[in-house]
Ligand binder design. Structure first.
Ligand code: SAH
Ligand code: SF4
Ligand code: F3S
Length: 466
């Protein structure tokens, strides 16, 4: 029945197309969240283009503006409220402008009530579970002229396999799981994305096979915790099995995946990674904190020792692997000693890079009502110290790469230098090299001549145009 419903969605797209196409109407779509959020935006963008909207060069030129929101930290939400002030002025100048808000932030009642009360000029509000209903929501808005608010509080069985409009033709994201069951005590994601569900493995293989036949060279498999993939499928399929199947797809040059929760990373997965050349030798393995006391309070289910043993095992089997991580500073109750434990892990693991976050209180999560919230000045000090240590480690590693030759998949023109293009190694390192734009979407070997904290640069020594 639900697939039938989605077919209805296709019919609505066609109907809208008849009214919208040829009118030179422009859209502006902005993502404010993680890779999952960005990938959802690609799906909305694909629907907008199928309807007949054209991408605007500037936000102010758009006839329809959609923000795909995030609420993982408070500043993500503040950013949206800030931008809503700007949208209000745009709408005043152009009353026919259509404004839509969607994504994780919309799944919170408190946000919804604020929007209904104070931001009445917003035309469409939808959430994370009913993205595919966007054409229907837009149609209702166009026909009635009234605001449309359509939020579901849970996931329903639907065909979530919407096509997406990709920024790069040579790389693509594919969802493997949706939602999360882990309930880390600081995190709002399980409340706004719902319970974990795995996409059928055949559907994933088909999707990747199609993408590769269209020229995709690099695939990113996405989930909040990819390692728990497939447990509820019938028959169950492990993430390692899925990854191995994906790696056999002819023509697929690189496979990445994120995120890996350390508690669920299996020996089988390390084995599959070590045996298959096209699985990138980089792993994002969020530690969050190095202190056992804090890890317990966060409900992360592993200890520092478990984590370090896991890293040791991974490095012994895949010696050239690079590791990246997420770290939260200032979780309630974090003492100087707890923070020192985090620094200890950082120095021992020697991460290539890390996403570092100042703990942000999220209403509705268990941590938000914990005692001993850490004062801001102390957290900021710790945060700066952590970033400095991470940067030193990263620079040391980058310097060790000078003189080596690395294979790079070039992705885009450099933002700072018109003569230079940038890409990534298999281990995820950003590399700049002077070369023609024609190399974008292709592999080349680069001899590294210079190292900075967050990128390498060098000369192209061999191109692999294909
Ligand atoms: N599922 C992924 C990441 C989801 S959110 C995982 O478990 O790794 C991305 C990161 O945001 C988290 O890893 C965490 O470091 C950070 N984060 C989540 N909630 C936060 C909060 N309330 N305050 C600060 N950082 C937070
Ligand atoms: Fe949030 Fe934890 Fe789930 Fe990651 S694993 S999304 S941090 S609850
Ligand atoms: Fe991603 Fe933010 Fe939602 S991190 S899952 S967009 S709350």
């Amino acid at each position: 029945m639900n697939k039938f419903y989605f077919l209805g969605g296709r019919m609505i797209i066609e109907e809208l197309h008849q009214h919208i196409a040829d009118k030179n109407l422009k859209y502006w779509l902005q993502s404010f969240g993680c890779q999952m959020n960005a990938h959802d935006s690609e799906k909305i963008e694909s629907m907008l283009e199928q309807i007949g909207y054209i991408k605007a060069q500037k936000e102010a030129d758009a006839n329809i503006i959609i923000y795909n929101t995030c609420c993982v930290r408070e500043n993500a939400e503040l950013k949206i409220y800030g931008k809503l002030g700007y949208l209000k002025t745009l709408k005043k100048k152009n009353p026919s402008l259509i404004i839509g808000l969607c994504g994780c932030m919309m799944q919170q009642d408190i946000v919804l009530n604020t929007l209904k009360e104070k931001y009445k000029f917003v035309d469409m509000i939808f959430g994370t579970y009913n993205l595919y209903k966007f054409p229907e929501i837009l149609k209702t808005r166009l026909e009635t002229g009234d605001p449309v608010i359509d939020i579901w509080d849970t996931h329903k069985e639907i065909d979530e396999n919407l096509s997406s409009l990709r920024k790069y033709h040579f790389k693509a994201c594919v969802n493997v799981t949706y939602g999360c069951n882990n309930f880390c005590t600081y995190c709002i994601v399980p409340y706004v994305r719902g319970r974990e569900r795995s996409k059928n493995s055949e559907a994933i293989i088909n999707e990747v096979t199609n993408l590769v036949s269209e020229g995709t060279k690099e695939i990113m498999l996405l989930g909040q915790n990819v390692n728990s993939y497939g447990k509820t499928l019938d028959p169950p399929v492990s993430f390692a099995e899925l990854l191995e199947k994906v790696s056999t797809i002819e023509g697929l040059k690189r496979i990445r995946f994120m995120t890996s929760h350390p508690k669920d990373l299996s020996d089988e997965l390390i084995d599959v990674m070590s045996r298959n050349k096209n699985i990138c030798k980089s792993l994002h393995l969020p530690i969050q904190s190095g202190s056992d006391k804090i890890l317990k309070a966060m409900n992360r289910i592993y200890t520092q020792e478990n984590y370090l043993n896991l890293v040791k095992k991974i490095k012994s089997i895949i010696p050239d692997i690079t590791l990246t991580t997420d770290i939260i500073v200032g979780f309630p109750g974090e003492t100087e000693e707890d923070f020192e434990e985090t620094l200890k892990v950082v120095k021992e693991v020697k991460y290539l890079s890390a996403f570092t976050f100042i703990y942000s209180k999220r209403t509705g999560t268990p941590a938000s009502v914990m005692e001993n919230q850490v004062p801001e000045e102390i957290v900021k000090k710790r945060f700066n110290k952590l970033v400095n240590v991470l940067n030193e480690i990263s620079l040391d590693y980058m310097k060790s790469q000078v003189g080596t030759s690395v294979q790079v998949l070039f992705e885009e023109k450099s933002k700072s230098n018109a003569e230079t293009i940038t890409g990534r190694t298999d281990t995820g390192i950003l590399v700049h090299a002077p070369a023609s734009e024609d190399l974008i979407g292709n592999f080349a070997y680069v001899k590294i001549t210079n190292a900075k904290t967050h990128y390498l640069s060098g000369e192209i020594i061999k191109e692999e145009l294909q």
